[in-house]
Every structure is written in structure tokens, then in C-alpha cells.
Design a protein around this ligand. Structure first.
Ligand code: 5AD
Ligand code: FES
Length: 362
């Protein structure tokens, strides 16, 4: 069998290589992390870009079996922030010199929702000069909706595939037209076609998910030529059906390490993509996001959602930053990045270098 050192010298990995790397124990993983750190420094440098995350509404029409804000979970009050409050949060991000914001919400598909987000994005575009990067994370939408939001000023979009294994997809989503795997793929295609910087990602450690599945997910992200990747461990959310699915559970610790290995392999294979240090990592390990920055990630998403709404946007249990304010997260994040020895990028858009390269080829 090839030595790990030799596998790591390769420029690209096949499925077998990826499976080998995902199977490394904690000690052996150090070699993988050293390599991905090296690639990170070479291709994206050691700057960490900031995205102020505002969870502007937890109203959701979908019923994903793992998600705390799914439609059928009636333990939360539902909120929908006023545009003026959202603009206030964006103003905070601007003053804190975050280069961009992410507007995330539950998923609704209606003319009213399209218009509401369009107006919001337009107001943010008009209010700030120089412009902030605007990322949306509002689920699957029609081409027309995505186009309107882009014309209003959104330039990036996050839509995780969650898993590229269609069978597993239907284990974690209801099998109905509202939760179609094919529609998710089509939505990703639409976003790319419209010229968005497009991000996807997966959850690691889902019930019955295998190392082979994750290897396929990594190859999927590469094949779809994604600009941004968000990978986090799956964490049970108390009042959801998936939390009752006990088949083949992986320990939280294993999920955490598998997620770190996954982003490291993505860094080595996809080189100049933006990789987020996902918040869910911190639910398992207090310094989980720092560990991600250390090995592969270059994006940090400080939460700027008003504190009173945060406890109603609990996608999973033990979500961090629930009681904090935007300014508490600000100083916390800056301190955390400093601990990694990376540099905080202030007032920089942090456009995915992969996206720039993809667009230049067109
Ligand atoms: N555990 C981890 N991540 C979750 N998400 C939703 N629910 C959970 C959970 N229980 C992630 C999904 C989604 C993103 C916004 O949050 O991957 O795409
Ligand atoms: Fe929010 Fe640390 S980032 S409290």
C-alpha cells in the first residue's frame, strides 16, 4: 500500500486516496493537516475574511428531519425581522469592518418572499458605499427569483447539498416534492449559471453516512466546481425526527475530526476555494473553529443576529453564541483568529479566488 506521505504529495486524489485520508487516526492526521496548511498558505494566504451572519427569519416551509427550525417544530416562536433592524445589524458589520454579510433564513418560496428579500438586498446595496459583499442563504428558488436577488445586489449564495448520496438525502429529508434531491442539484446549477459565487457543503456524521459517502461528497464539490464550501458536523437537534434515528451513530468527537479531515482534503484538492470555519464545529470543541482555521478554513462568520432572536434560530443543540451580542461576538472572533496566528482581513470582500479564476476562464 502507498505510504500516506506519498498520497499527500499528489496533486489530486481519487476516491481511494480520499477514503485513505478520511480513515487516518488522530495522530496520522497531523500529516494531512500539515499538507493542507501548506496549500492554504500558498493559494489563499493566511488572511481570514469575516462575514457577518444575520439569521433574519426562522419561518420555514420545509421539514428537513435534522433541522431545529423545521416547519413541524412548534417549540419555537417564529420571527421575521424588520428591514430596519436588519439594516442596523448590517451597519454594525460595516462599522466593525466585516467585508461582507450573510443573510440567512428559513426557506419560503412565494412571490411575497421573493419581493421581501429583493427589497432588503436592494436597501443594503443602496445604503453602503463601498459595497459590502452580500451572501444569501435562503434555500431553493426559481431562476427568476435568483436573478432578481442578484440584480438587487446579492453576489454570493450558499446552498448546502447536505449529502450527495440520494438515498441518504431521503433518509434526512421527507421524500416528497418539496424536498427533492434533483431540485437541489438544479438550484445549484441555476446559481452558477447566473454568475453567483456559489457555495455548497455537507453535514458530517449523519446516521448511516459512511466514509465512502463523504469521499463522494468531496468529489461532488470538485465536479460541481464550487467556489465556497461549508462543512460541519451533524449535531442532533432535540425536537427533530432525525435525533431519534439511532442507527450506526458516530461519536461527536469522531464527527468533529472527520469534519476537520474533510475540509483539509477539500483544501488540498480544490486549493483556492473559500472554506468556512463552521459554527457547528464549536458546539463540539470549544476551539473547533480555530482548529479549522489552523488547518484549512479562511472564512469566519461572526453572528450579528439580534441577541433576542438567537435562541429561536437553533438549528442544532448546543449552538454557540446564543446569549452574546454582535459586539461580544466581534471581540471574541477577533481574539479567536489572533490565537491561530492568522491575520484578520478588515474591510475586504474576500471574493473566492476560485470564483475569480472560474470567471476569467469564461
Ligand atoms: N446539525 C448540523 N448542521 C445543521 N444544519 C441544519 N441542521 C443541522 C444540524 N442538526 C445546517 C445545514 C444547513 C445549514 C444552514 O445548517 O447543513 O444547510
Ligand atoms: Fe460569538 Fe464567541 S463568536 S461568543
Amino acid at each position: 500500500m502507498e505510504k500516506i506521505e506519498d498520497v499527500l504529495k499528489k496533486d489530486s486524489f481519487n476516491k481511494e486516496d480520499i477514503i485513505r485520508l478520511l480513515s487516518l487516526d488522530q495522530d496520522e492526521s497531523k500529516m494531512l493537516y500539515l499538507r493542507s496548511k501548506e496549500i492554504k498558505e500558498k493559494y489563499v494566504g493566511n488572511k481570514v475574511y469575516l462575514r457577518g451572519l444575520i439569521e433574519f427569519s426562522n419561518i420555514c416551509a420545509k421539514d428537513c428531519l435534522y433541522c431545529g427550525i423545521r416547519k413541524s417544530n412548534d417549540t419555537y416562536d417564529r420571527y421575521n425581522l424588520q428591514n430596519e433592524d436588519i439594516l442596523e445589524a448590517v451597519k454594525f458589520a460595516k462599522e466593525a469592518k466585516y467585508g461582507s454579510v450573510v443573510l440567512q433564513s428559513g426557506e419560503l418560496e412565494s412571490p411575497a418572499f421573493t419581493e421581501r428579500v429583493e427589497t432588503l438586498v436592494q436597501q443594503i446595496s443602496d445604503a453602503f458605499d463601498p459595497k459590502l459583499g452580500i451572501t444569501l442563504s435562503c434555500g431553493e428558488q426559481s431562476e427568476e427569483t435568483y436573478r432578481r436577488w442578484k440584480n438587487a445586489g446579492a453576489d454570493r449564495y450558499l446552498l448546502r447539498i447536505e449529502t450527495s448520496n440520494e438515498e441518504l438525502y431521503y433518509r434526512i429529508h421527507p421524500r416528497d416534492p418539496k424536498h427533492s434531491f434533483q431540485n437541489r442539484l438544479a438550484a445549484l446549477e441555476r446559481l452558477k449559471k447566473l454568475g453567483y459565487q456559489t457555495g455548497t457543503g455537507i453535514m458530517v456524521g449523519l446516521p448511516t453516512q459512511t466514509i465512502e459517502d463523504i469521499a463522494d461528497d468531496i468529489l461532488f464539490m470538485q465536479k460541481y466546481d464550487m467556489d465556497m464550501c461549508g462543512i460541519g458536523p451533524y449535531i442532533e437537534s432535540e425536537n427533530t425526527p432525525l435525533a431519534q434515528d439511532f442507527e450506526n451513530p458516530m461519536s461527536l468527537d469522531d464527527r468533529f475530526h472527520l469534519a476537520l479531515k474533510t475540509i483539509s482534503i477539500i483544501r488540498i484538492m480544490m486549493k483556492d476555494v473559500n472554506i468556512a470555519a463552521s459554527t457547528a464545529l464549536q458546539s463540539i470543541d470549544k476551539v473547533g473553529r480555530e482548529k479549522a482555521i489552523n488547518v484549512a478554513a479562511n472564512i469566519f462568520m461572526p453572528n450579528i443576529t439580534p441577541t433576542e432572536n438567537r435562541k429561536e434560530y437553533l438549528l442544532y443543540d448546543n449552538k454557540p453564541c446564543i446569549d452574546e451580542s454582535a459586539s461580544e461576538c466581534q471581540s471574541c472572533v477577533i481574539g479567536r483568529i489572533a490565537l491561530t496566528g492568522n491575520e484578520v482581513a478588515y474591510d475586504e470582500l474576500g471574493t473566492s479566488k476560485h470564483y475569480e479564476r472560474r470567471m476569467a476562464k469564461k
